[in-house]
Design a binder for this molecule. Structure first.
Ligand code: RI2
Length: 310
């Protein structure tokens, strides 16, 4: 119990049983809430140590999506800032903040859908990549408004999250086409808008998302197709304003191919890439639609307190 359960959640995040930048953030918040409810610590200092250890375990589960540390920080900073109190008070505060994060996160995705749908026109063909709840919400919301749209989704090798996306959209009745990742440029002439999610957004407006995203952005740029990113403000990366680079997760080569069949071959599996701001037209957040150049303002407003705070 306690930290053991936190480790279980961290393992599920590492193995991608729980995946998607928003979902892993909410799972981390849930794990901290459960720990708070189960903690047998008798003194505030011991309780806070336990909570911080849990935070470290969760944060180290996957390195790229900043939503994960941002969720942990959202809760820990507020509990920590409450100062010395008795365990019961800190426990209640932890639960309250965790629930608040989760609720805000769910509402943020809904708002992104609403705002983003305003940028999708009747008759549009929309391309998406991987499986982003925020991007999908934009598409579903536009469809829900009665816009006659169709979607082209890439499969997102090596883990095929694109399959989840096409099934989800088809279940809504949205005309949906699945393509291999390498077909993106070939079909770009049919596309009006690209909408993808984000795992992290840097202070310079660069977007870190599922591997292949930057190639799609390049193809969209070449074809003068609008490129939108749908992302909650907790996907913005505070440390990047101090020059820290976002770590790109390299996952196990066996996800790409069986290494035993390729003796003497190095198989690499970078899970994310970086799309520079020049290729991004808009970032759709729950606080409004912004150009990528305004990323630094979001970071200052949302995470001013986070700089220098672990
Ligand atoms: P939402 C995913 O990462 C994808 O890169 C997706 O675009 C991003 O998280 C954001 O997803 P992974 O966990 O938060 O599949 O919008 O590696 O759902």
């Amino acid at each position: 119990m306690g930290l053991e359960q936190v480790r279980e959640t961290a393992d599920k995040i590492s193995s991608m049983e729980i995946r998607g930048a928003g979902r892993i953030a909410r799972a981390a918040a849930e794990a901290l809430k459960d720990l708070a409810l189960q903690s047998t610590a008798e003194e505030a200092a011991g309780y806070l140590d336990e909570l911080k250890e849990a935070g470290d375990i969760l944060i180290s589960a996957r390195p790229t999506a900043v939503s994960l540390p941002n969720a942990v920080r959202y809760i820990l900073h507020r509990v920590d800032a409450a100062g010395a109190g008795d365990v019961e008070t800190l426990r209640e505060l932890t639960v309250k903040r965790a629930e608040e994060f989760i609720q805000n996160s769910v509402e943020a995705v809904e708002k992104i859908g609403l705002y983003g749908a305003r940028r999708i026109a009747d008759g549009d063909t929309v391309m998406t990549h991987c499986n982003s709840a925020a991007a999908i919400e934009v598409i579903k919301s536009a469809w829900g408004e009665g816009k006659d749209i169709r979607v082209i989704a890439s499969e997102a090798r090596p883990r095929y999250q694109g399959h989840l996306t096409v099934k989800e959209l088809a279940a809504e009745g949205i005309p949906t086409t699945l393509i291999v990742d390498s077909a993106v440029r070939a079909v770009m002439k049919e596309v009006d808008k690209v909408v993808v999610g984000a795992d992290s957004i840097a202070a310079n407006g660069a977007v870190i998302n599922k591997i292949g995203t930057s190639q799609i952005a390049l193809a969209a740029h070449e074809a003068r197709v609008l490129f939108f990113v749908a992302a909650e403000t907790y996907k913005f990366h505070p440390e990047t304003q101090l020059g820290e680079a976002v770590e790109i997760e390299e996952r196990d080569p066996s996800e790409v191919a069986d290494p035993e069949e390729f003796e003497g071959v190095t198989i690499r599996n970078p899970a994310f890439d970086v799309t520079p701001s020049e290729y991004i037209d808009l970032i759709i957040t729950e606080k409004g639609i912004i150009p990528p150049q305004a990323a630094i303002m979001v970071i200052r407003e949302e995470f001013g307190w986070a700089v220098g705070w672990k």
